[in-house]
Design a binder for this molecule. Structure first.
Ligand SMILES: C[S@@+](CC[C@H](N)C(=O)[O-])C[C@H]1O[C@@H](n2cnc3c(N)ncnc32)[C@H](O)[C@@H]1O
Ligand code: SF4
Ligand code: SF4
Length: 390
């Protein structure tokens, strides 16, 4: 998932953003940092932490001609530094996913694929197809690394936990051994309570340093077992121990294992307070929806962010006009940006998204959003070019 903003305590350890394979050159010439291109909103999981189960939107796949049109415009006008093939849905379920990846890589787009990783077992041919696809980045949402917690994923009956873990392992190892330059991240859900983030619902997956480090270590050992001990990219046990010891729970963090493989921990998020029963709405704050990020739903509807999973802030539709026109002319459509530019939160979806379950936390999030976007984020980007782009 890409959150609209991350905790002000986010950090990336042992990461080397400049050495990452990127298809698109870096620089300030992109209109957006990231665009979420939802190739499908169909998913074979029903993760308890995700709003998929409550999503009322009709399910469907993006028409490949529409996808091509979007990719053409994004590439030609340099509209996004990163293109992600999801907003909701499972991209590897999209029937023409490898064609879609080829369309993006042929345009030299910096494509990121975030997947639940289930098809590595269900459709094993996906392993070599993805390894050979030339995609710059794959994030596997392992999230629940143990059989006991895998239960909350609502996986189909033909996928037992061990099969799920084994499929993911096979893909990661095949990629490590291959000549591909695809960078893979394996994501773990961190449910450690956090003062700034609003928990989606009460859920216990990995909490606290001990639990998290135990799982990170087990998965490191499991994945790296395929590399000979003298492999130049295999970290020594001491280096690995040092990197893992630096990990702090409750934050978004990246732990580099090799230049092509990293583990990523991500805190449980409320996804715009999608399922929260009590929300004290925000009235002021700042968000980067439409300035740094946007989404295109599978039917062509443009939305400001990945949190708008129902498409309740429709800015336009790329079937009728261009993405650039929609981004430029979105102000009359909803007044969202005009508000944020004055630190006002005007749209009801945003008011809910930035709010919290108590007055104090809501206030903290509103102040925090301004501090994050206007101070912390720019400073981090200046200090570490590529920061936040993992
Ligand atoms: C909506 S999913 C779509 C892509 C794909 N189906 C997947 O699961 O990787 C995008 C990402 O959001 C994460 N996610 C969903 N709900 C979340 C929540 N409440 N808190 C944090 N991450 C969440 C998923 O685990 C995944 O990494
Ligand atoms: S997180 Fe991904 S895999 Fe899980 S239900 Fe949501 S879309 Fe599906
Ligand atoms: S719903 Fe509004 S406040 Fe929340 S991420 Fe999207 S644009 Fe930002």
């Amino acid at each position: 998932m890409s959150t609209a903003y991350r905790s002000a305590t986010d950090s990336s350890i042992n990461s080397s953003p400049t050495s990452r394979p990127t298809a698109a050159p870096l620089g300030d010439r992109y209109r957006l940092e990231r665009i979420h291109l939802e190739v499908t909103n169909v998913c074979n999981f029903k993760c308890e932490f995700c709003p998929d189960a409550i999503m009322e939107r009709k399910r469907g796949h993006m028409d490949i001609a529409l996808l091509e049109k979007a990719l053409d415009e994004i590439a030609e006008k340099r509209l996004a530094k990163i293109v992600a093939f999801h907003l909701m849905g499972e991209p590897l379920i999209y029937p023409r996913i490898f064609e879609a990846i080829a369309l993006a890589t042929a345009r030299d787009l910096n494509l990121h694929l975030t997947t639940n990783g289930s098809t590595f077992h269900i459709r094993p041919e996906h392993i070599h197809k993805l390894v050979d696809s030339g995609i710059p980045k794959v994030t596997i949402s392992l999230q629940t690394p143990e059989p006991e917690t895998f239960i909350i994923r609502g996986a189909p009956p033909n996928l037992a936990p061990d099969q799920y873990f084994e499929g993911i392992t096979r893909y990661v190892q095949a990629n490590l051994l291959s000549a591909s330059s695809t960078r893979v991240h394996l994501k773990f859900l961190d449910t450690t309570p956090h003062p700034f983030l609003v928990p989606h619902k009460t859920m216990h997956v990995l909490e606290g340093k001990e639990q998290m480090q135990k799982q990170l270590k087990e998965w490191c050992d499991r994945l790296l077992a395929v590399l000979p001990s003298d492999h130049p990219h295999r970290p020594t046990p001491q280096v690995l121990q040092h990197r893992l010891a630096q990990h702090k729970p409750g934050r978004w963090q990246v732990i580099e294992l090799t230049p092509k493989l990293a583990l990523e921990t991500f805190p449980l998020d409320s996804w715009g307070n999608a399922e929260s029963t009590t929300v004290i709405p925000a009235s002021f704050g700042y968000c980067n929806g439409t300035t740094d990020q946007a989404g295109i739903l599978y039917d062509g509807t443009v939305v400001p962010c990945c949190k708008d999973y129902e498409g309740k802030i429709p800015l336009g539709n790329i079937n009728n006009t261009t993405l650039l026109d929609i981004l430029d002319q979105q102000q009359p459509a909803c007044g969202l940006r005009a508000g944020f530019n004055k630190f006002q939160v005007t749209h009801p979806v945003c008011k809910r998204c930035m709010g919290a379950d108590s007055r104090q936390k809501s206030l903290l999030r509103q102040v925090g959003s301004i501090a994050y976007f206007k101070l912390y984020n720019p400073v981090m980007k200046r200090l570490n070019p590529g920061w936040g782009e993992v």
